[in-house]
Ligand binder design. Structure first.
Ligand SMILES: Nc1ncnc2c1ncn2[C@@H]1O[C@H](COP(=O)(O)OP(=O)(O)OP(=O)(O)O)[C@@H](O)[C@H]1O
Ligand SMILES: [Mg+2]
Length: 275
């Protein structure tokens, strides 16, 4: 490996938002091949929003988002599809096709994006299911598997094309402690085997610290901290420590921030009822 491999994902001074609401600004982020990067932050802090910027679903209002060295704002049509084919995404909640069985869910990206034969699809899907421990569940319908198994099927689907970048949005949510540990370890081994880059969005500090090379913590509309798990654990930053220890008291607020959109909505509402 070269001393400075080209980053798979690079954010420089990125600002993101919806309408008149700026969710995040000044985000600098770098993900290298072979790295698992954990993206942490409270609910509503903008983690899924960051992921949308990486896939090109949302454009930066300021700064640049580069994936595989390409500026996502400049990509449209076929070149954008080509970049997306090099990424695997595990959506928040899994989003499996409930009318397809386990096998067809994992086969789906192969059918969409490759021209390989049915026998190659069979081998490839079974091998991917094997790596998540579900080879023998290939024939089951989605309604017949547990939520932990469904998460592993979603993981298999996200990696079946052997992507260079995998984005996992809350892969641990709703899993029991054993499934959670297994899923975390799977993300690490898949990243090592494929030598891809993985971004894992999670609230789970305990499970992500051991598998992550780098951790980014976002909150209050900005990047609060980033570093190796050891660096962050040793930091004295109050916000960071509150997050890492899950303390209810500290600088992290519970309330959704006040926006002009809310003020407009409330004014209309009051006007409508004459209050
Ligand atoms: N499509 C959208 N249009 C307008 N606002 C949005 C949209 N999606 C998200 N938001 C707002 O952007 C902010 C960040 O949302 P986001 O979904 O990125 O948070 P998150 O960190 O992923 O939260 P969670 O941990 O609950 O999934 C929230 O305040 C949310 O209300
Ligand atoms: Mg989210």
């Amino acid at each position: 490996m070269t001393p400075h491999p080209t980053p798979i994902v690079q954010f420089d001074g990125v600002s993101l938002g919806y309408g008149d609401f700026t969710v995040l600004s000044g985000i600098d982020l770098q993900v290298l091949p072979g790295q698992v990067v954990a993206m942490m932050g409270g609910s509503g802090s903008g983690k899924t929003t960051l992921l949308r910027a990486a896939t090109g679903q949302l454009h930066a209002r300021a700064g640049t988002v580069q994936v595989f060295g390409q500026d996502m704002a400049a990509l449209h049509g076929e070149p954008l599809l080509k970049v997306r084919q090099r990424m695997g995404v595990l959506f928040q909640g899994g989003a499996l096709f409930t009318d397809l069985d386990v096998f067809e869910n994992v086969a789906f990206p192969l059918r969409e994006h490759t021209c390989i034969s049915e026998s190659q699809i069979l081998e490839r899907v079974l091998a991917t299911l094997q790596s998540v421990g579900l080879r023998h569940a290939a024939h089951l319908r989605i309604a017949e598997i547990s939520s932990g198994m469904a998460r592993r099927v979603a993981l298999a689907r996200a990696v079946v094309l052997e992507p260079e970048l995998v984005l996992y949005d809350e892969p641990f949510a709703g899993l029991d402690p054993i499934s959670l540990g297994i899923t975390a370890q799977l993300i690490r081994t898949m990243t090592d085997q494929l030598h891809c880059a993985s971004i894992v969005i999670t609230h789970d500090v305990g499970k992500s610290l051991p598998i992550a090379n780098q951790i980014y913590l976002i909150g209050q509309g900005r990047l609060i901290a980033h570093g190796t798990p050891a660096e962050l654990s040793a930091s004295q930053d109050e916000y960071l420590q509150q997050f890492l220890q899950g303390r209810p008291d500290g600088p992290i607020g519970f309330h959704y921030p006040l926006t002009p959109a809310f003020e407009r909505w409330l004014a209309h509402r009051r006007e409508a009822i004459g209050a």
